[in-house]
Design a protein around this ligand. Structure first.
Ligand SMILES: [Zn+2]
Ligand SMILES: [Zn+2]
Length: 275
């Protein structure tokens, strides 16, 4: 089985530790054949002071086209240096919001990335995937409002056509489950089907992301229920990722993720570098 990890945050991401080199070494040691670095890009103008950072040369600086180019150059350097041992792709994980979709499109048009992950992290400019911010959103919204807000954003993400794959498609469950309880596991019903159909129509794949296991959720993003729906609707699984934020998490449970995709008879077509 070919092992890949297509969701990796090196220390260019403000919340990650470990150099590109350390991540590559860990990936080679674990027998991975292909990896994608996917540092965060958050372009929400309402969150500039919170998110618009990239770490270069050990220091956090403003995420600009110039500083992002430094990231690309470093990954490219590693790609060439280790090309006989592992395939390395240059990618990014972009936070999506309808209100700054044009900024995302403009930014992406400046670079030629191998893999672009689109993820919903924020609703109403509050990061529902952050342990610190999520309780603020939850305290002021019902579970129905969370579902309506999240899936509306997700629909926009897919409809934009800007992304190769959808990151942690039910990422809301990370902190919502402990806040609202078990009913969180059902809120996708009636929302996700149309989104999955649109993914199929637009040729956008789904990622199976193992990081929910590190949060003690006992399942992947997405849940098996969503995976089964995706399989039934013919959505492609084109990415497996650990969402590693340090080198030791590279490749975490990607083998199990691949097995799960096969169990549900999902159509697996691993994303490849743009030539
Ligand atoms: Zn994410
Ligand atoms: Zn991530």
């Amino acid at each position: 089985m070919e092992l890949v990890d297509y969701h990796i945050h090196p220390d260019f991401s403000q919340d990650a530790t470990g150099s590109i080199f350390e991540f590559v070494k860990s990936a080679i040691d674990k027998g991975l054949s292909s990896i994608a670095f996917t540092t965060h890009i958050d372009l929400n103008p309402k969150r500039i002071a919170l998110d618009r950072f990239i770490r270069t040369n050990g220091r956090l600086s403003f995420l600009s086209e110039e500083s992002f180019q430094q990231y690309i150059d470093k990954v490219e350097e590693a790609r060439v240096r280790f090309s006989d041992r592992i395939d390395i792709m240059i990618g990014a994980e972009l936070s999506y919001g309808k209100s700054f979709e044009n900024e995302i499109a403009n930014f992406l048009s400046r670079f030629r990335l191998d893999l672009v992950i689109g993820s919903v992290h924020c609703l109403e400019n509050i990061a529902v995937t952050s342990s610190f911010e999520a309780p603020i959103y939850f305290a002021t919204h019902t579970l129905t409002e969370l579902a309506d807000g999240y899936f509306q954003a997700l629909y926009g993400l897919v409809d934009s056509g800007l992304f190769d794959t959808v990151g942690h498609i039910d990422g809301y469950k990370k902190y919502a489950t402990s806040y609202y309880g078990k009913s969180v596991s059902k809120i996708h019903k009636g929302h996700i089907e149309g989104i999955l159909s649109l993914m199929k129509e637009k040729g956008i794949g789904i990622e199976i992301n193992s990081s929910a296991y590190r949060r003690g959720l006992g399942e992947f993003y997405p849940s098996e229920d969503i995976l089964a729906l995706a399989g039934g609707l013919g959505v492609l699984v084109n990415s497996f990722g650990s969402d590693a934020h340090n080198p030791s998490d590279v490749g975490f449970m990607v083998k199990d993720a691949m097995r799960l995709a096969k169990k549900h008879k999902l159509n697996i077509k691993i994303h490849r570098r743009r030539i």
